[in-house]
Write a protein that binds this ligand. Structure first.
Ligand code: HEC
Length: 98
């Protein structure tokens, strides 16, 4: 536990609880503006657990970080750090309803 995060931990730093609240807001509002307020889909595809079942965490992180230039998905890498992107990926894969 604690601050070590040494060998074997490939994870980036987790966002603070306060930042997590902000990310949750981002997911509902910014992501939700395209993926639907409940992430059931809209302009963007649904981001539900069922819809993402076949996607690896890496593929999801890439989609968020780099966007999909061929589609309308913007890149979030300039706005979010790796820990924040991982938090969003975990959140989507856990499927807590936003
Ligand atoms: C401007 C509209 C828009 C916004 C805002 C947006 N997305 Fe997307 N997103 C899309 C579209 C459209 C696609 C599908 C792109 C494609 O594959 O061609 C997509 C694809 C994705 C995928 C890949 C899904 C899959 O099935 O592989 C993920 C993950 C994703 N978005 C997450 C997010 C997250 C998280 C946010 C907020 C940080 C976000 N998106 C904000 C439009 C948007």
């Amino acid at each position: 536990m604690g601050m070590a995060g040494g060998v074997g931990s490939a994870r980036a730093d987790a966002p603070s609880p306060q930042r997590a609240v902000e990310l949750d807001h981002l997911l509902r509002h910014d992501c939700g503006s395209c993926h639907g307020m409940t992430l059931q889909g809209g302009l963007g595809p649904p981001l539900t657990v069922a819809a993402l079942r076949d996607r690896s965490p890496e593929a999801l992180a890439d989609a968020i970080r780099l966007g999909r230039p061929a589609g309308a998905m913007p890149p979030w890498g300039p706005l979010l750090n790796e820990g924040e992107i991982q938090w969003l990926v975990d959140r989507l894969r856990r499927g807590e309803s936003p």
